[in-house]
Design a protein around this ligand. Structure first.
Ligand code: ADP
Ligand code: MG
Length: 730
């Protein structure tokens, strides 16, 4: 019997055996496995504790002696929880998290066995990292890579089965200091934002000394039975189905969205949530998504660096916990054609150390001017750097999603809602009128009363925008579900830092000419609105009209990753990232190269899987069915029945034969096309060719014929689980 029917048969058994975790009060387990500052207070000396806290706040470096004390404290805590091993935990450019475990256990020179974790081991490690992507950086400079402790993200304990490992969040850099991971540039971008945002805040409030960016991600994912997934080599190897006819019932009834969660999935959710709480991940929301078998979870927002770590950690935890339930979590952006894909909305804002959310409208005209300043600056930032934002979300899997079913288009635009659109156009149309301090344009900025109700009301929300204002934060919706949030967060915080820096220069220039502060600010805001209004769009982002309108406005619509990635290495991008201390030119070039290579490999793997499945699964089933039909037709003929008795069989036979011929020929041609493309020297040209000569030239075409066969061939001999089974059986 094929894996498919075995899998279907076993599902009923799985459902009955699923362990449902017992309910626990969340506050009772929250942060249980995290070395929080509260834990630090317990396990560290006063000196070590103080030093750690200052460095968490972005302050001074920790010296070696204190580092030893901190390391000892962390080990004492970890050992009290049964930990024997530790690892530097990091986020290399492969897109997953990485760890290499070492034991505390060691032998002294005289052979005595001891448990040890010293400051040096806490601060720096040298993993054998030669197989992580470096885009040539390490080849050019030095083969070694180092992980370095990031004190701003607390150590935690991962439990796998009965084993427990202490994980120290780290950044990953080359011997000469180039970033080789997602976190190092993120930390630099956050620091750049802090600096420029504090400067601008000080126009309004001298007490602000620190601005932190905040992130609340919403993680979408599919959950599929493990046995069904194992019977689909494409899901196992690419995370998405390359074939599969649309089921009779897909998502058209919209009965899955916010519906009741199936018991087996519910048990899985509660299980991974408990793991997450212990790790300090503040999950808050869980619900069904629009597509069948699709779900979402979201935490309470946190400081960006922590939120990024928590998302990377959660993706890992979910994947592992699912196994316990004989389920598989699909984090791919588009596992199934014809239904919604998965995104990872990045809700983003900025907060001051005086407790103000800079994207929440204030209560007085003065604080509203501060809100308007940050609000307009982000619009200007997105307008000026829409190309870089597009590059930040570019990946082979996200190409399947952007612009498809219920996903934002590849055109970057900003939605601000009716009320703020009106405010912006009011300010804008006052060109040539001098603002003065008592001007109603400033006084009328009595936003707090109107905005919250309007924006928080769902009717004024636009779910089709890639970047939308939602009352007290912006929501970057085009980010893909499998992406590391650090990529989009590095870009967003850098472009904001840069725009605010220029804003200050512009305002200061007017003030030097004698303008009062508020007037100067208002003038620059007005100028920025005029300069960037073409990126504002309130309409339906899914519509064809928008594509035409965007083209008319001159907004780019880059549909494929290899082209979208160009924006990473323009002169503009290099200047932007270098002047804000985020990436050097060579780091950008390296990252560009790595992303292109990832794209090439992903398309290559999909093409191979398509060929394998077509030749080893699809054609054999089709040929078997052909034989059945032939036997039948010949039998009827021999029995002397008239042609009308087997006319339909002959028609099916003809159709099946035609599809077989086309599939075989196209798979052959696709292999030939790959051979040619593989010889291309330049990575960029090769990636573009993989897109046009392999993916676009063959994927949809081959799939069309395979899916037709799925509709024709006897269900009994079809080996691959069908959409209706993967999406609806659990
Ligand atoms: P939605 O209706 O889009 O699901 P929610 O109100 O549930 O929106 O919020 C989605 C995410 O936005 C949550 O993670 C939430 O914590 C986060 N969020 C709320 N305020 C902020 C903020 N100031 N900065 C960053 N994220 C925020
Ligand atoms: Mg949302």
């Amino acid at each position: 019997m094929s894996l498919r029917f075995n899998a279907i048969g076993s599902i009923t058994n799985e459902t009955s055996g699923v362990p449902i975790p017992t309910s626990t009060k969340i506050t009772g387990i929250f942060n249980e496995n995290v070395f929080t500052t509260k834990t630090a207070r317990e396990f560290l000396s006063d000196e070590a504790y103080k030093s750690l806290v200052t460095s968490i706040r972005g302050g001074k470096k920790i010296d070696r002696i204190v580092a030893n004390q901190i390391a000892n404290g962390i080990r004492a805590w970890a050992e009290s929880k049964g930990v024997t091993h530790y690892t530097h935990w990091f986020q290399p450019l492969t897109g997953t998290t990485a760890e290499k475990h070492d034991s505390f256990f060691t032998l002294k020179s005289d052979g005595t066995a001891i448990e040890e974790f010293d400051g040096a081991a806490l601060i720096q490690q040298e993993p054998d990292a030669s197989s992580f992507p470096s885009g040539g950086l390490r080849a050019t400079f030095e083969a070694r890579g180092y992980t370095a402790w990031d004190p701003s993200s607390p150590p935690f304990i991962i439990e796998i089965g009965k084993g427990r490992t202490l994980c120290v969040p780290t950044i990953f850099v080359s011997y000469t200091g180039e970033s080789l991971d997602y976190k190092a540039p993120l930390l630099k971008a956050l620091e750049a934002l802090n600096k420029s945002a504090v400067d601008v805040c000080n126009y309004f409030d001298k007490n602000v000394t620190k601005v932190t960016a905040t992130l609340g991600w919403e993680q979408e994912y599919f959950v599929i039975d493990e046995n069904l997934v194992n019977a689909r080599p494409d899901l196992v190897q690419c995370g998405r189905t390359v074939f599969g006819a649309a089921p009779a019932k897909g998502q058209q009834l919209e009965d899955h969205y916010f519906g009741s969660i199936p018991e087996r999935v519910y048990a899985f959710m509660r299980d991974y949530e408990q793991e997450a709480y212990k790790l300090g991940i503040p999950l808050r929301t869980r619900h069904n998504e629009v597509a069948p078998a699709q779900y979402e979870c979201a935490p309470i927002f946190e400081e960006v660096n922590i939120a990024v770590d928590h998302n990377a950690l959660l993706m890992d935890v979910m994947t592992r916990v699912a196994k316990r339930h004989k389920l598989v979590v699909l984090l791919h952006e588009k596992p199934f054609a014809g239904i919604n894909g998965s995104g990872k909305h990045n809700n983003w804002s900025m907060a001051t150390d005086t407790g103000v959310n800079l994207l929440a409208p204030g209560k007085t005209p003065k604080t509203n001017l501060m809100f308007l300043t940050f609000f307009v600056n982000i619009i200007k930032a997105v307008h000026d750097h829409a190309d870089i934002m597009r590059a930040a979300i570019a990946s082979a899997p996200n190409d399947h999603r952007l612009g498809a079913n219920e996903a934002p288009p590849a055109i970057i635009s900003v939605f601000v809602g009716q009320y703020l659109s009106k405010v912006l156009s009011d300010v804008e149309t006052r060109v040539n009128t001098k603002f003065d301090e008592q001007d109603e344009a400033i006084l009328k900025l009595d936003l707090h009363r109107s905005i919250p109700e309007l924006m928080l009301d769902n009717t004024d929300r636009n779910r089709t925008s890639p970047f939308a204002f939602t009352g007290n934060k912006f929501e970057f919706r085009a980010v893909g579900s499998s992406a590391n949030c650090a990529i989009s967060m590095t870009v967003l915080n850098t472009i904001m830092a840069d725009t605010l820096k220029k804003f200050k220069i512009d305002v200061d220039a007017l003030m030097e000419k004698g303008d009062k502060k508020e007037i100067a600010i208002m003038q620059v805001i007005q100028k920025y609105i005029v300069e960037s209004k073409k990126v504002l769009f309130e309409g339906d982002g899914y519509s064809d009209e928008w594509h035409h309108e965007a083209q008319r406005r001159g907004l780019p619509n880059l549909k494929t990753t290899p082209i979208a990635l160009d924006a990473m290495v323009t002169e503009k991008a290099k200047k932007l990232f270098e002047s804000n201390g985020v990436y050097t030119h060579s780091e950008l070039e390296a990252r560009h190269e790595i992303e292109l290579e990832k794209y090439i490999k992903k398309v290559q793997i999909e093409a191979r899987i398509m060929g394998d499945l077509a030749i080893n699964h699809i054609l054999p089933a089709a040929v078997k069915y052909q034989n059945d039909l032939l036997t039948n037709v010949n039998g009827l003929k021999a029995a002397g029945l008239p042609e009308t008795a087997y006319a339909s069989q002959l028609n099916i036979l003809k159709a099946v034969s035609e599809h077989i011929q086309v599939i075989h020929a196209k798979v052959h041609d696709m292999v030939e096309a790959r051979k040619i493309v593989n010889n291309i020297e330049s990575t960029r040209t090769k990636a573009i060719a993989y897109e046009s000569q392999v993916k676009s030239a063959f994927f949809d075409d081959i799939r069309y014929h395979v899916d037709k066969l799925e509709h024709l061939v006897d269900d009994d001999i079809w080996t691959l689980p069908k959409y209706r089974e993967m999406l609806f059986l659990r």
